[in-house]
Ligand binder design. Structure first.
Ligand code: HEM
Length: 425
């Protein structure tokens, strides 16, 4: 029998493990128990403190002036394809107060519970159309949940809020895959293979910026009721939002709004398939959907990590942290913290209380949380009503990323009631 690896040999940041096996829950459990603030070296010479307990992530996140976002967005092995270099991309997640507050306020009116609540009929209409398409005539069918429902729903809802015309949605889909999957050869490879001198992430960023620059120009002249109109006319300290910040804002919304909810929906359905008792309970009592949604976010934790940097020396759980050191906040680990959650490795649609921090906490708490919750509620309410049977029909394929827990494919075999047919009579 081989001995357990030493803590320093554990790999929680290499993307290959995430693609092959999913989240390293066993490693996080050990870190929480043995070394909740643990230093890891990285091959590029810059290391990081892995933070794995919920209380420590909350403590760090609630002190935005001592532990800042600007220098590093997240921890990436061998360089940082999405690192927030100020000249390249500058958005909420690599800003700090007071700028962060001003920029966040520019869009926050679109994401309040009331504003998002008004979108429910539209979200339900898009979900209904996609589900009717999937259902056929109620016969046994096969499909891919990611491409048939999770991806087009989240993309469509957000594109509509931004004001992106329907014909351009496929482009948005490709961009978000390429940004979030920049460590995955399936998404970055095709660009690299096209022989361009520009690195794949940068090329995607340039395309997306060019597209939204044109759209913003149009909306400045002829404003409509959409986010591009609002942000392209917004003022920061009495002056128009600068171009880099404006275009980075759109990029943030496109990626954050698509890559996360899509993966919560797919991972949530997988959890229900793997826990048939929970699926049966949800179908029997759809009023459980809101608590099931919270459990799905806890269970799937689609954002794996963000980073904070210490602006002063500090001691934390006996560790001496130096000014400039990076902390990697592992949200999925916090969401399985045994000192907070009873039976953390059990998926329960009726879990209460459920103080997960899948949407983060503090200053940068997810701007889209109300939207994500609405989309997930609608998806699982509709599925609870319509699904007659469901099973996996092939491998659940994960993206090669230790930043966002992406799902590339989720083949399913199912039978679903076609509501459309009912509506006709
Ligand atoms: C289940 C789905 C989602 C999850 C799990 C998620 C998770 C997160 C997390 C962990 C953060 C960082 C919080 C922190 O640092 O404390 C964040 C920030 C953010 N999210 Fe989400 N998110 C989701 C859906 C969305 C959606 C649908 C949008 C819509 C546009 C969105 C937009 C944002 C934005 C703009 C930020 C930056 C906020 C800031 O820095 O002030 N997210 N999200």
């Amino acid at each position: 029998m081989s001995a357990a690896p030493s803590l320093d040999e554990i790999d929680v940041i290499g993307p290959d493990g995430y693609a092959r096996e999913g989240y390293p829950h066993a490693a996080w459990r050990r870190l929480r128990r043995e070394s909740p603030i643990h230093w890891f070296d990285l091959p590029d010479g810059v290391g990081f403190w892995a933070v794995t307990r919920r209380a420590d992530i909350v403590w760090l996140s609630k002190q935005p002036n001592r532990f800042v976002n600007a220098p590093r967005l997240a921890i990436f092995e061998g360089g940082a394809p999405v690192e927030g270099e100020r000249t390249f991309i500058r958005q909420l997640l690599n800003m700090d107060p007071p700028d962060h507050t001003l920029y966040r306020n520019a869009a926050s009116g679109w994401f309040t519970p009331r504003a998002i609540g008004r979108r429910e009929p539209e979200v339900r209409r898009i979900a209904g159309e996609l589900l009717d398409e999937m259902a056929g005539d109620g016969e046994l069918r096969e499909g891919d949940f990611v491409t048939d429902l999770a991806a087009p729903l989240t993309l469509g809802v957000l594109a509509d809020m931004l004001g992106v015309p329907r014909a351009d949605w496929p482009r948005m889909f490709a961009w978000t895959n390429r940004v979030a999957g920049s460590a995955d050869p399936e998404f970055s490879g095709e660009l690299a293979a096209s022989g361009g001198a520009v690195p794949p992430f940068e090329q995607t960023r340039n395309e997306l910026f060019a597209y939204f620059a044109a759209l913003a120009e149009d909306r400045r002249k002829t404003p409509r009721d959409d986010i591009v109109s609002v942000l392209s006319r917004a003022e920061i300290r009495g002056a128009p939002m600068p171009g880099l910040e404006l275009l980075s804002y759109f990029m943030l919304l496109v990626v954050a709004g698509n890559e996360t909810t899509r993966n919560a929906a797919s991972g949530g359905l997988l959890a229900l398939i793997e826990n048939p008792g929970e699926l049966a309970q949800l179908r029997a009592d759809p009023s459980l959907v809101p608590t099931a949604v919270e459990e799905i976010v806890r269970w799937t934790s689609p954002v794996i990590q963000f980073c904070r940097t210490a602006v002063e020396d500090v001691e934390l759980r006996g560790r001496r942290i130096r000014r400039g050191d990076a902390f990697c906040l592992f949200y999925p680990s916090a969401n399985r913290d045994e000192s907070v959650f009873a039976d953390p490795d059990v998926f329960r649609v009726d879990r209460r209380p459920n103080p997960h921090i899948g949407f983060g906490i503090g200053e940068h708490f997810c701007l889209g949380a109300n939207l994500a919750r609405l989309e997930l509620r609608v998806i699982f309410e509709e599925l609870a009503k319509r699904l007659e049977s469901i099973e996996l029909a092939g491998a659940f394929e994960r993206m090669r990323s230790s930043f966002l827990g992406g799902v590339k494919r989720m083949p399913i075999r199912y039978r679903m009631r076609p509501v459309r047919a009912g509506r006709r009579d």
